[in-house]
Design a binder for this molecule. Structure first.
Ligand SMILES: [Fe+2]
Ligand SMILES: [Fe+2]
Length: 353
């Protein structure tokens, strides 16, 4: 009944009761009735995302095209980073979007969370558009980029790792409402929001930010910075949704489940480190390939902390400049500290970093 229009409430108290029973999943309220908003984090995320709208085609690729055509502006290693990062992201964003629209949305019963999911789904389409725009502008081989996940083991391994659970949730007969199903759904949220969007994107982001710092491929790097901003928002929304779901259904957060999550995040850090080495086998743009172990472990620890789990690795962040640019703490107002602002009808301006 939660997925369809509900009967008219017979009194204000019946209305209040319906709204107060709002849940991330298995809610009893009417999913088309937005007000009053109970999950305020979702509404705030939706508003913040709208205030930061952007489109790839607003960004000039002229300088990028000149540098890509030049025989001296970029090394072969740098070209490899661009192509492989695009190869990873084209599949990753598609996998995230499919999971969101075909699996997650159906089971979420909070109208305000659904509002944000719709916005997020559109942003994932913008990201895929962005990769296509870069590939086309630079004249890259589309078949090479868009099929890279089938040929590069470290990309395939990451995609496989997060995709394994999707099949259960995608099954048309999958229903929430039992302990096992709800826990599986919760795990799906962790796989996508925390591992895929919160760990697996970050080596590529670090590499892309490094291009920006050296004023290489500025149009490509600018788009990736917008994507990073969106993805940080997706991750933070996901973590809020996960923590809210655990608050609503604390029985799901068993010791065994917590251990499984910690192990998965640790395994994800290993896969991301392997990917980083394939991305930058000799290091690049001042980034030492070896330091990516510390970086991915540091990121995994931060994600564990965000889920109120004890960190496993306890290492220092070797790329402290990334914290300032991407991985902001939730205590900060994310959008007030961004280096970019979307200005409707105006130029996109950047500060140095
Ligand atoms: Fe995305
Ligand atoms: Fe995303």
């Amino acid at each position: 009944m939660s997925q369809v229009l509900q009967a008219l409430p017979t009194s204000n108290s019946a209305y209040a009761e319906a709204v107060n029973s709002r849940r991330i999943i298995n809610g009893k309220d009417d999913v088309v009735q937005l007000y009053p908003i109970i999950h305020t984090f979702a509404w705030e995320s939706y508003q913040a995302a709208n205030a930061n709208h952007w489109l790839p085609t607003e960004i000039s690729m002229q300088k990028d095209i000149e540098q890509w055509r030049s025989t001296t502006a970029l090394t072969e290693d740098e070209r490899h980073v661009i192509k492989m990062a695009l190869g990873f992201f084209t599949t990753a964003d598609s996998i995230v979007a499919n999971n969101l629209v075909l699996a997650v949305y159906k089971h979420v019963t909070s109208p305000e969370c659904r509002m944000y999911l719709l916005r997020q789904a559109y942003e994932e389409a913008i990201h895929t558009h962005s990769y296509q725009y870069i590939v086309e502008s630079l004249g890259l081989n589309e078949a090479e980029i868009f099929t890279m996940y089938q040929r590069i083991e470290s990309i395939y391994d990451k995609d496989k790792f997060v995709s394994e659970l999707v099949q259960d949730i995608l099954d048309p007969s999958f229903k929430t409402g039992t302990f096992a199903a709800d826990q599986k759904f919760l795990e799906n949220l962790i796989d996508f929001y925390v591992i895929m969007e919160g760990i697996f994107f970050y080596s590529s982001f670090a590499a892309m930010l490094s291009f920006r710092r050296r004023n290489l491929l500025p149009g490509t790097a600018e788009q990736f910075q917008y994507i990073m901003r969106d993805e940080s928002m997706h991750m933070n929304f996901g973590i809020d949704m996960i923590n809210q779901m655990v608050q609503e259904q604390p029985e799901l957060w068993t010791d065994t489940f917590q251990r499984r999550v910690i192990n998965k995040l640790s395994r994800a850090a290993e896969l991301e480190e392997a990917y980083a080495h394939a991305l930058m086998p000799r290091g690049i743009l001042g980034l030492n390939a070896e330091s990516f172990r510390d970086y991915t472990q540091y990121i995994a620890d931060r994600r564990m902390l965000s889920l109120n789990l004890a960190p496993r690795f306890k290492v220092k962040n070797p790329f402290s400049w990334m914290s300032e640019q991407v991985d902001l703490t939730k205590s900060k107002n994310f959008f007030e500290t961004r280096v970019t602002e979307y200005q409707t009808g105006g130029a996109l301006e950047w500060d140095d970093f």
